[in-house]
Design a protein around this ligand. Structure first.
Ligand SMILES: C[S@@+](CC[C@H](N)C(=O)[O-])C[C@H]1O[C@@H](n2cnc3c(N)ncnc32)[C@H](O)[C@@H]1O
Length: 232
């Protein structure tokens, strides 16, 4: 029997909270936990334990919820974590004090800092990239692809919405940005999640070879979260 798809549950008039400074919104909320667990527990692990330490780039690593599972499956990994917020990175340093010999932290924006070329086996972003628009995200994905070794994987765990609601989210985003005339894309945290289909398109347009969804929480709600992987 064919399954019928329930319509998304929408609450309230507006789908989006108002703009907040990107650094402080993340410092004051802990949205990442379920997605962090699922991103790192479901990541495609190497079938053989690599002889060389895996090199992993974690964009928007925050306090590093996902790093615990990374270290479980790749105990010798060399991890570079990037975050705008020094406070979040302080939390990470305290949490992983025993592993700081294999973790390098960079306080910077992944939108502008050099990410390197063919340097990483994996790149990861967990709940850290749902506040930038298409062009900015596509450019970021191109730079992530260039930073990965050939065949390397980019894994993203983030909020996703049904395709049908994208125009409404975008309209609300533009309405809010209109009140912030000096704002550059990414400077303010205004949630503008995309559908899985848009994510797939952006990653393929950026030159990734393939795209697979690894996990979804619930595709019948407005704020779904999903984990997907693309190959460089
Ligand atoms: C919700 S937290 C997730 C943290 C971590 N990945 C986790 O799952 O525990 C999002 C993080 O992305 C960071 N972030 C947002 N935009 C960024 C940017 N352009 N460059 C670097 N970090 C950014 C925030 O400062 C924040 O620490």
């Amino acid at each position: 029997m064919q399954k019928t798809r329930k319509s998304p549950k929408v609450w309230g008039h507006s789908l989006m909270p108002g703009p907040q400074d990107t650094t402080t919104i993340f410092e004051t909320t802990s949205l990442a936990a379920p997605c962090s667990r699922n991103s790192t527990r479901r990541w495609p692990r190497p079938s053989k334990r690599p002889t060389q330490p895996l090199r992993i780039l974690d964009l928007g690593c925050g306090t590093g919820l996902e790093i615990e599972a990374l270290l479980e499956s790749a105990p010798n990994a060399s991890i570079t974590g990037v975050d705008l917020s020094e406070n979040m990175l302080e939390g990470l340093r305290a949490r992983y004090a025993d592993h700081m010999n294999q973790i390098t932290l960079v306080t910077d924006s992944y939108l502008t800092m050099p990410l390197g070329r063919q340097a990483y086996d994996y790149a990861l972003s967990v709940m850290a990239a749902h506040h930038v628009l298409h062009d900015t995200k596509r450019e970021l994905y191109k730079r992530i692809r260039a930073a990965l070794k050939p065949g390397g994987k980019y894994i993203e765990g983030d909020s996703v919405i049904p395709t049908v609601l994208e125009p409404q989210f975008l309209a609300e985003y533009h309405e809010q940005v209109a009140g912030l005339p000096q704002a550059e894309d990414g400077q303010y945290h205004i949630d503008v999640p995309f559908s899985i289909e848009t994510q797939r398109a952006l990653l393929l347009e950026a030159g990734f070879q393939d795209f697979q969804v690894l996990w979804e929480r619930d595709r019948n709600v407005v704020w779904n979260i999903a984990v997907y992987v693309a190959t460089a």
